[in-house]
Design a protein around this ligand. Structure first.
Ligand SMILES: *Cc1c(COP(=O)(O)O)cnc(C)c1O
Length: 385
């Protein structure tokens, strides 16, 4: 053979029996088949073997299996981000002319899909009060195909009665999807409460270091998996094995990170409740959080994200000064990493409450809590005097 051809047809020389403790990064688009009759295009890699890198490499599948084990799911699909996970669920469950329900407190970009792409596809997505509980039954129509839950809700942190919602939904044959990102898929046992599909942004706690974007969509049973899988194949939601490898690394320290984040966050939330400039602290473990009793009943812990509101006598400009005066807390989106973050939600829309730029969301990181409290203290002093 010419050396040019030889370059592309190497005889493998390195031994293949390297048994690493960790999962290697497998790259590959093309997957080789033994013979022509074995060629197929099949997203069901876990069941039927590999056919094309688009539907997952061994690195992605290892991550998928570990997330499924952790959450008690039938099976998990890994997708490029939490938002892709949300889109996949909408597109798998909603068809033209159908109706879906999403809580007011849902993640903003989830509502953006509802009001944008889904409306364009002639799917009516109706917003509902996250505290509705069993009364969700009154909103279910003939053509309702999907009910979203997100607990706690984004920014305003309402804890939903997911078991009550699932019961009413299933009585009428409607599927329930849960955004379980806050709980890292572990603090709330979605499948113990019969949720049909649970998703989380792996970007947050599983990645854990603000350096990757991935999402997980976990199915309760084969029916849910098949519904999701065919749309997953059609959309081509490929993920990078490098990102999957980082997420696998993140899983190894998830437990210790969550323990440290929970206790530091509680310490800071409790400190904030004692500050005279603060009106409300929305942390699931505090009685002031809407649905706190449900959190106590259904969750095994709390994580690193919560919000607080300044009193009415503090102006929007003062709240902006407060965030700008923080030194250890950085200003930025996303959360679940090792750094503390603060951000204002100036345009938060809730039908029953007006926050007017005075609500700040904090993500607590792994810094020393006393330094974080000192930082918040100096910023409150300087901005509200
Ligand atoms: C961040 C987030 C998402 C989206 O995740 P990305 O990976 O950033 O796309 C979805 N749901 C919730 C509740 C989130 O906080």
């Amino acid at each position: 053979m010419n050396w040019r051809t030889k370059l592309l047809n190497p005889a493998p020389r390195a031994r293949r029996d390297f048994s690493s403790l960790t999962t290697p990064v497998y790259r590959g688009s093309t997957v080789l088949f033994d013979d022509q009759t074995a060629v197929r295009d099949d997203w069901q890699h876990a069941k039927n073997g590999y056919s094309y890198g688009l539907y997952g490499t061994p690195t992605a599948l290892e991550l998928a299996h570990r997330i499924a084990d952790l959450e008690g799911a039938h099976e998990t699909l890994i997708v490029p981000g939490g938002q892709a996970a949300i889109a996949l669920i909408y597109l798998s469950y909603c068809t033209a002319g159908s109706h879906a329900l999403v809580p007011y407190s849902a993640y903003g970009p989830n509502k953006a899909i509802a009001e944008g792409m889904m409306r364009g596809l002639n799917v009516e997505v109706e917003a509902y009060d996250p505290m509705i509980g069993a009364s969700i039954g009154d909103l279910i129509r003939e053509n309702t195909c999907l009910i979203w839950c997100e607990s706690p809700g984004s920014v305003t942190m309402e804890i939903q009665d997911v078991p009550a919602i699932v019961k009413k939904a299933h009585a009428k044959g409607v599927a329930v999807a849960l955004d379980n990102t806050y709980a890292a898929g572990v603090m709330f046992d979605a499948f113990a409460y019969d949720v049909d599909v649970s998703m989380q942004a792996l970007t947050k706690y599983i990645g854990g270091h603000s350096d990757l974007l991935l999402g997980a969509v976990s199915a309760r049973d084969d029916a849910a998996l098949t519904k999701l899988g065919s749309i997953y194949q059609q959309l081509g939601l490929a993920v990078s094995p490098d990102d999957c490898s980082l997420a696998l690394r993140g899983l190894q320290t998830l437990a210790v990170r969550l323990d440290a984040l929970e206790s530091a966050t509680l310490e800071i939330a409790n400190w904030l409740t004692r500050q005279p400039q603060v009106s409300d602290v929305f942390h699931p473990a505090l009685p002031s959080c809407p649905g706190h009793k449900i959190w106590k009943r259904d969750f095994t812990g709390s994580t690193s994200i919560f919000s607080f509101a300044f009193k009415n006598n503090i102006s929007e400009d003062q709240v902006i000064t407060f965030v700008n005066t923080l030194k250890v807390f950085k200003i930025g989106m996303s959360w679940g990493g090792v750094n503390s973050l603060a951000i204002i939600y100036p345009d938060l829309q809730r039908p029953d409450k007006e926050f007017g730029g005075c609500i700040v969301r904090l993500n607590i990181g792994l810094e020393q809590p006393t330094d974080l409290i000192a930082d918040l203290s100096q910023a409150i002093e300087r901005s509200t005097q």
